[in-house]
Design a protein around this ligand. Structure first.
Ligand SMILES: Cc1cc2nc3c(=O)[nH]c(=O)nc-3n(C[C@H](O)[C@H](O)[C@H](O)COP(=O)(O)OP(=O)(O)OC[C@H]3O[C@@H](n4cnc5c(N)ncnc54)[C@H](O)[C@@H]3O)c2cc1C
Length: 324
């Protein structure tokens, strides 16, 4: 059996979990076993329908009254207990910070190895994995031993799972009551900052308008906001911008920010440092706007405009408006 750790928002399966399910499904087929999922939190049971359509045969819901918010130690311990009970051949988590944290807790409790950020898995007598290291700048070939293989999937290394041709059978939800103590809830979310109404998540946006040091000031972002709104996208920024306090960290793209996978990334005044590109490498096309024709972002871009972004952006905005 292959077990996928699924993250969701009130029953809606998130994109990275859907990518983990793609790997899970191919591994289940390869070893000839069923694909199962584990979920927790408010609305978890609502994932059963969509997961059934994605080929998941059974959903385990961690049922625990104190688990109303993300609590990594508690979830990791509950996951370890479920793994000990059901002995799956492999457990797959998402490449999100949460996925990595929960799987790391489970691996530590089980005393087994965890391969993080895998891009390919070859099951066999000994399982071989390819995984991203150093922020994705190199690939490592590794052998994963242990009775249970614990993996997290590198973000955007797999396409989101597609529903099977025949509508999947409705899946059964099996409640799982873990043995947890108050101590397991030492780390948990205690408050939320609500997203702006109608805001598009950076990780899911089809168009991202990125801004770096070249934007020059917090006020300079007005043109980027305008273009992002026109294109139905959102704004992402470099670390220089968040360090300067021009925009919040939630908008940072990169190794220590969000990894994006838009159809189009319009990178304005961003040099394209490796730590930034780690987060932008899954963009299908990049339009770089930069005064420096030798900037790494320009050399990696699909299209580039060499010039001052504060002159180029108004021209693009006017052209988009005219085309409409
Ligand atoms: C451990 C670690 C983690 C990091 N994590 C991240 C991360 O997650 N995300 C991230 O972004 N960075 C990260 N960094 C920082 C990274 O190394 C770079 O310093 C940063 O990305 C540079 O930001 P920038 O491109 O905005 O600025 P710069 O490198 O200064 O580039 C500014 C660019 O703007 C251009 N420009 C200037 N004026 C204009 C204009 N008027 N019009 C058009 N172009 C103009 C310049 O030619 C230049 O190419 C990390 C660094 C470390 C050490």
């Amino acid at each position: 059996m292959i077990l996928v750790v699924v993250e969701h928002d009130a029953g809606t399966v998130d994109r990275l979990s859907s990518e983990a399910l793609t790997l899970g499904r191919s591994l289940a087929e390869a070893i000839g076993g069923p694909l199962q999922a584990v979920v927790w939190g408010p609305g978890a049971a609502g994932t059963a329908g969509p997961l059934g359509a994605m080929g998941v045969a059974a959903v385990h819901e961690i049922v625990e009254a104190r688990l109303t918010e993300y609590a990594p130690e508690a979830i990791g311990k509950a996951l370890a207990q479920l793994i000990e009970r059901d002995a799956p051949a492999a457990v797959i988590g998402t490449g999100s910070e949460r996925g990595a944290e929960v799987l790391a807790h489970a691996a530590a409790r089980l005393g087994g190895p965890l391969a993080a950020n895998v891009t390919e898995v070859r099951p066999g007598e000994s399982w071989q994995v390819t995984r991203q290291r150093w922020g994705g700048s190199l690939l490592e070939e590794a052998r994963l031993d242990g009775s249970v293989r614990l993996l997290t999937v590198a973000p955007h290394a797999f396409a989101p799972v597609s529903a099977p041709a025949a509508a999947g059978a409705p899946t059964t939800v099996h409640p799982f009551a873990p043995d947890l103590t108050d101590r397991d809830f030492r780390v948990k979310i205690t408050s939320h900052v609500p997203a702006e109404e109608g805001a598009i998540s950076l990780a899911d946006a089809r168009v991202v308008v990125g801004g770096g040091r070249g934007v020059g000031s917090a006020e300079g972002f007005a043109q980027l906001d305008e273009l992002a709104a026109l294109l139905g996208g959102t704004v992402g920024v470099s670390r220089v911008v968040t360090s300067a306090g021009w925009r919040p960290h939630a908008q940072q793209v990169g190794q220590t920010g969000t990894r994006i996978a838009p159809d189009l990334y319009i990178a304005c005044g961003i040099s394209g440092a490796i730590q930034h590109m780690v987060g932008a490498r899954s963009a299908k096309a990049i339009l770089a706007i930069n005064t420096d024709r030798d900037a790494p972002m320009v050399t990696r871009a699909t299209y580039a405009v060499i010039g001052d972004l504060h002159a180029v952006l108004p021209a693009i905005i006017a052209a988009v408006r005219a085309a409409r």
